[in-house]
Design a protein around this ligand. Structure first.
Ligand SMILES: Nc1ncnc2c1ncn2[C@@H]1O[C@H](COP(=O)(O)OP(=O)(O)OP(=O)(O)O)[C@@H](O)[C@H]1O
Ligand SMILES: [Mg+2]
Length: 275
């Protein structure tokens, strides 16, 4: 489901994310758009390439989140993967990238996802988008939002901010940036962290009336239970994809931690069903 790509798949720098998305302020994290030749493709494709510090779980988090979304049919960039780039191949960032490059190999292990053309960030919470109240209500009624809220709960994604899903039009949404799965780029030592904030659920609580919220909870819970049911499929997919990237002990740790998360009963609580 995800690809592991080596330096030979990288066909050069294309631009900064801000060239494609004027709203995106350059954050602390090094991210750029590169041309990538994906397996089976004949032409390189514009791809968002994102670096994480070598001591963080960021890339693993992206892999887990992308895989769970794919298994559950959450719309997201067509391709996602891990690309290993030599330090010399990276564009020149404002910030020093030493912490992002493995010292022994000289490689930056980056997350890569194809650029979704014409996708806009939501940012409705900051009232910067043109979304009106009806469009916002349509979003909260969408299967996309219900399924993603359940998936985010299962994976412990604490950063589904309104910059981390995009929209193509009123009814078409795209999930990006799963870097904060497991509560954040650095996993908690007391696993599983049951308190990772679910920003979509919090946004729904803020934006909806009591009766809207009651159908939101019912649907989110239903979709969340489906995610629990199919979790073994996510685990199997992760085991297949992570071979070659991590050793078997590391893969076991990730899969077991995520299975524990996915099967805990806290979504019902988060949806106001006391058990
Ligand atoms: N696959 C993609 N297609 C289109 N735009 C994208 C894609 N991935 C990222 N972007 C754009 O780049 C921005 C930054 O990407 P991302 O959220 O992955 O990185 P980030 O460092 O977490 O930035 P932020 O702090 O804004 O969330 C997004 O808000 C979005 O506007
Ligand atoms: Mg982001």
């Amino acid at each position: 489901m995800i690809s592991v790509l080596h330096a030979d798949a990288y066909c050069g720098f294309s631009g900064w994310v801000s060239d494609h998305d004027a709203v995106h302020a350059t954050g602390a994290q090094p991210v750029f758009v590169g041309r990538v030749l994906w397996p089976g493709a004949s032409e390189p494709e514009d791809t968002v390439i994102k670096l994480y510090p070598t001591d963080s779980c960021g890339v693993a988090n992206e892999v887990i989140g992308f895989t769970a979304n794919a298994v559950r049919g959450v719309d997201q960039p067509a391709r996602g993967g891990v690309i290993l780039l030599n330090r010399e191949m990276l564009p020149v960032f404002d910030a020093d990238v030493t912490a992002y490059v493995d010292r022994s190999t000289g490689l930056a292990v980056c997350w890569a996802a194809t650029l979704v053309q014409n996708a806009k960030p939501f940012r409705f919470l900051r009232r910067l988008s043109t979304f009106d109240q009806d469009q916002l209500a349509a979003f909260f009624r969408s299967k996309f939002a219900h399924i993603l809220t359940g998936v985010d709960h299962a994976t412990g994604n604490s950063d589904r901010s309104d910059a981390n899903f995009l929209y193509l039009d009123d009814m078409k949404y795209v999930a990006i940036d799963q870097g904060a799965v497991g509560g954040g780029p650095y996993w908690h030592s007391s696993w599983p962290d049951e308190t990772a904030g679910n920003q979509l659920n919090l946004a729904a609580q803020r934006e909806m009336t009591a009766s809207q919220l009651s159908s939101w909870y019912a649907s989110v819970l239903q979709e969340g239970l489906k995610t629990q049911d199919i979790w073994p499929e996510v685990s199997n997919q992760l085991r297949r994809d992570l071979i070659g990237l991590l050793d078997s002990e590391q893969i076991d740790t990730i899969v077991e931690y995520m299975s524990t998360r996915a099967s805990n009963g806290t979504l019902a609580q988060a949806c106001g069903r006391l058990i």
